[in-house]
Write a new protein. Sequence first.
Length: 403
Amino acid sequence: MNTTFKFRRITEHVHWVGAIDWNIRDFHGYLTNRGTTYNAYLILADKITLIDTVKAPFKNELLARIASIIEPTKIDYIVSNHSEMDHSGSLPQIIEAVKPEKVFASKMGTKALKAHFGLDVAPVENGGTLDLGNMALTFVETKMLHWPDSMVSYLDADKVLFSQDGFGMHLATSERFSDEIDRAVMEQEAAKYFANILLPYSPLVEKLLADLPGLGLDIEILAPDHGPVWRGDNIGWILGLWGKWAKQSPTNKAVIVYDTMWGSTDLIARAIADGLIEGGTSVELMKLRASHRSDVVTELLDAGAIIAGSPTINNNIFPTVADLLYYIKGLKPKNLIGAAFGSYGWSGEAVGQIEEKLKEMNVELAHEGFKANYVPDAEALESCRKMGKAIAKKCEVLSRTVG
Ligand code: FEO
């Protein structure tokens, strides 16, 4: 058995045995600039238990880390907190290698694992416990955080909450604990993760955070399936950030997002930006061939305005802008005002199409859309500057009154 990869101790009984995916940059369409980790945890209880597995290509890394502590066939139980492939992809092979006495998942998890791999695993009840001999695991369903099957598991002996996707981030590091990592980096990656993965489920996040104290779980370690393990005052810090992001409280900030063919829509974007800045609103200007959709959504997390621009191409929105608008719509952002702009040659449908998409997202249009025929002249650019200034006023009001 390969034991090149070693475990990392988390608590007296819990050991990190996951995998570090240093090089992944595309996580189902999300730009993972700093890679990610697939965390799995081995509990050395009387009944030795593995919490989650890893993405399929990392099966040998997981097995090697387990083998650096114990012979993998000594594992009695596997608990699947979440059936998405980044945590269950290697489960069939791990079951084959380990031959555990039992595999557990939530009721929805049993269905998902059957559908994914044809596996028959045992369901656990919401609030139910699993006796590990000298300690116990308690299960709490967290439906839609991130999938319907999602649940968290609490280990009483070491006060560890295994939170699967909850409170995770895509961040590959040599360090395993959050207090060993720069908070600014973690905040950036945690925000990106929340914006791109959890945003549609913000009301459920708020409910979970409200319910958590009532569950009576004394949490000393918060152990997600991606990124660092939280301990000490970092636990309150990440819970607080999630609470803030779930509210989607707008700040006096506008995201101008667009693409351009021959530079005219780019000129308009810059003129609107100048007006916004003059009006006191902070601006992120993002051309879509320079900024990834997942970074745009991250910037929208605390924004008050989205101002989207596109040239008209073949009577339509430019493809990168259309892609972004569909992506944002699925993430159900709240508390945004918006506007549209773009250049055109002879038909000019894109601006109106963007406005329709913004309305579908419940974005309140804060200004009439701006269209420039071919190339905007000085007068047109002055109108754009005024448009930016007018939106700045509304964004400032929104930031004071909402959230
Ligand atoms: Fe990390 Fe929803 O999977």
